[in-house]
Design a protein around this ligand. Structure first.
Ligand code: FES
Length: 88
């Protein structure tokens, strides 16, 4: 099974599948689960893992990868959908 990384709107990266997380020295970080949430807001006290702090600080981010072409950002898809509904 390949690893899959999902970006969550206003939240962490969720990593599922077969993967290994290492520290900067290449030492494997032991994981209790096959699915982990990695902090994207930078404020977790358990980095690299998400501890839910993003909710408390009001972190905002797209649900699609940062730097992705505008045409694939979920917010743009929603905007496009609204425009098509507003058109006669
Ligand atoms: S994304 Fe959840 S604590 Fe940073």
């Amino acid at each position: 099974m390949i690893a899959r990384i999902a970006t969550y709107r206003n939240g962490p990266y969720l990593v599922r599948g077969d993967f290994v997380i290492t520290d900067q020295d290449g030492e494997t970080v032991e994981l209790a689960r096959r699915t982990v949430a990695l902090c994207r807001c930078g404020k977790s006290r358990t980095r690299p893992f998400c501890d839910g702090t993003h909710k408390r600080i009001g972190f905002t981010a797209h649900g699609s990868p940062e730097g992705a072409p505008a045409s694939v950002r979920s917010s743009d898809i929603v905007r496009e959908d609204r425009r098509s509904r507003e058109s006669p």
